[in-house]
Design a protein around this ligand. Sequence first.
Ligand SMILES: CC(C)(COP(=O)(O)OP(=O)(O)OC[C@H]1O[C@@H](n2cnc3c(N)ncnc32)[C@H](O)[C@@H]1OP(=O)(O)O)[C@@H](O)C(=O)NCCC(=O)NCCS
Length: 289
Amino acid sequence: MASTEAIDVMPIDADQCEAVWPLSVEAGWNQNVADWRFMLGAGRGFGCSGAGGKWQASALVLPLGRQLAWISMVLVTRERRRGGLGTALLKHCIDEVTSAGAVAGLDATEQGRPIYLPLGFRDLYKISRWHVDRVQHAVLPPPAGTRLRPGVPADLPRLALYDRPLTGMERPAILAHLALRQPGRAWIAEDAAGKISGFVLGREGRAATSLGPVVADSEAIALPLIAKAAASAPGPFIIDVPEAHRAVRAWLEAQGAITPRDYMRMTLGEAERLDDPSHVFALAGPELG
Ligand SMILES: CC(C)(COP(=O)(O)OP(=O)(O)OC[C@H]1O[C@@H](n2cnc3c(N)ncnc32)[C@H](O)[C@@H]1OP(=O)(O)O)[C@@H](O)C(=O)NCCC(=O)NCCS
């Protein structure tokens, strides 16, 4: 493995969002400047720069409560790869997380996984990235006794309380950011007594609208939520679905969706519920958890 001794790791502040954005564009990723601004503000960014101060590598730590933190946006510009920058930034992020007494989680691309394995990360479950141009069968009835309605800001405290035990993530700021950024994508499922039984959020991206997170009591509730959010505006869409959810996969295939890449959810240490995708029907995104 390349030596990481002489690598200068610097913080990336939120006002650097436009300067660091070309790294994710070069990799073909979907984040826009608003995503970088939010992540660098809610988390802590680190990077390496080259001649002229141009960012050449990045990584980010996003706290998801006191016990868990997400490592993401691990990017190295093509010409600097295989020089140890990726490993150096990761080690820096891992130190940040472990010195705060938290567990690190991440969603690894095929290129990222070979770095994470030797650093002690282990596989939890596989996730497929789906691309959908346009939803053809948008109306799916929810199960009897469940109704779908648009999400409103007043739902946010209850949404965070519903989300946490099902995902193991404490992420009220992320949920609020997504719900307020593209309110038309936010849908809530609730029972006759008004108890939340699922939700979907979404956000615009550089190349496609991202749908997720989708968290629900059951697949029968998750699917109508996804269809509703997808039908609320024109595509294309991306959605990251744990492989275990076969009915969601079948529905996406029926929409003509394709899956260009997979992720592996990985963790360094034990985090409660993180290994269980049974109520996680779509990620907020590999960069957000
Ligand atoms: C993944 C990425 C960040 C790696 O950055 P990097 O600076 O090249 O990584 P390092 O130089 O620290 O590599 C460390 C080790 O990981 C392994 N490794 C890295 N890239 C690899 C590849 N493409 N195939 C196989 N092994 C690889 C090697 O063992 C390497 O050590 P070596 O060069 O001494 O053999 C970079 O390739 C990248 O930006 N890819 C596109 C974005 C991406 O997928 N990011 C990961 C998100 S989870």
